[in-house]
Design a protein. Structure first.
Ligand SMILES: C[S@@+](CC[C@H](N)C(=O)[O-])C[C@H]1O[C@@H](n2cnc3c(N)ncnc32)[C@H](O)[C@@H]1O
Length: 246
């Protein structure tokens, strides 16, 4: 297990009180919830996600004495969406990547690394049903996590609306997209949306995109890896916004 875990009622209480960036609190489903009511109230107040799980799940996440409750602490801080908008306010062009339910920490780490290489301004992930910032993400990003803000939002579709209001064009990626990704001009602020490894982009989110693009594939396999697709799109944005002068 590579996430930072704090185990036991006192340790979880301190983490919640201290304002640490907590990915999730796990509570053993068989314990009496009245015994941890104060902690659950605190978690709710801080809008931290609480998941009921069987004891063996918690046992597998820590060797410490856990008293039926643990918290997984973020390996890095998130940026608030409004703060992110402030950081790009003066820029002519800003680019972001939205990850709609990505699960694999290696993919997120790798995407952060490519964001850094291509000058993308942020990664946006949902609070629920998504990989969060763990030690594995930090390691795979090879340091990019220090430079690329990761913005965690409650609702991806509302975030897309806000980005559109700020002049972003939203490009969804899907194997059966309408347009070849190489055809886009990408000469303005762009939000690239990448779907989850298993399900792709959710239907509602896909409908919100200004364009849906496909990366052509000529072989037998039906889709590319999410971080590979993200890298191709990010480099296409880079290429179009930084043309080589021959
Ligand atoms: C492993 S794929 C998801 C496959 C999933 N079974 C599906 O039906 O969409 C993960 C993500 O990578 C991107 N992707 C993969 N192959 C793509 C392609 N050929 N064109 C555009 N995007 C692609 C999309 O964002 C997709 O949601």
């Amino acid at each position: 297990m590579t996430d930072s875990i704090v185990a036991g009622r006192n340790a979880v209480r301190e983490a919640l009180r201290s304002g640490s960036d907590i990915n999730k609190v796990y509570v053993q489903d068989s314990i009496n919830k009245n015994q941890v009511k104060e902690l659950l109230d605190l978690a709710r107040k801080r809008k931290v996600i609480v998941q009921n799980v069987p004891k063996n799940k918690i046992d597998s996440m820590t060797d410490e004495k856990h008293q039926g409750i643990i918290a997984s602490i973020s390996a890095h801080e998130y940026m608030d969406f409004d703060k992110f908008l402030q950081t790009v306010e003066g820029k002519d062009i800003a680019n972001v990547i939205i990850l709609d339910g990505l699960e694999d920490p290696h993919n997120l780490g790798s995407i952060l690394r490519t964001c850094d290489a291509t000058g993308f301004d942020a990664v946006i992930i949902p609070k629920r049903r998504s990989v969060q910032l763990t030690e594995t993400v930090a390691k795979t990003s090879t340091g990019a996590i220090e430079y690329i803000p990761v913005v965690r939002v409650t609702n991806i579709n509302q975030t897309i609306d806000k980005l559109k209001d700020r002049g972003f064009w939203v490009v969804g990626t899907d194997g059966s997209g309408d347009t070849d990704y190489r055809e886009l001009s990408l000469d303005m602020s762009t939000a690239v949306v990448i779907g989850s490894e298993g399900e792709g982009i959710s239907r509602k989110t896909l409908e919100k995109c200004d364009f849906t693009v496909k990366i052509p594939m000529t072989g037998q396999i039906t889709s590319l890896n999410a971080s590979v697709s993200a890298a191709l799109l990010m480099y296409e944005v880079y290429r179009k916004q930084n043309p080589v002068r021959l």
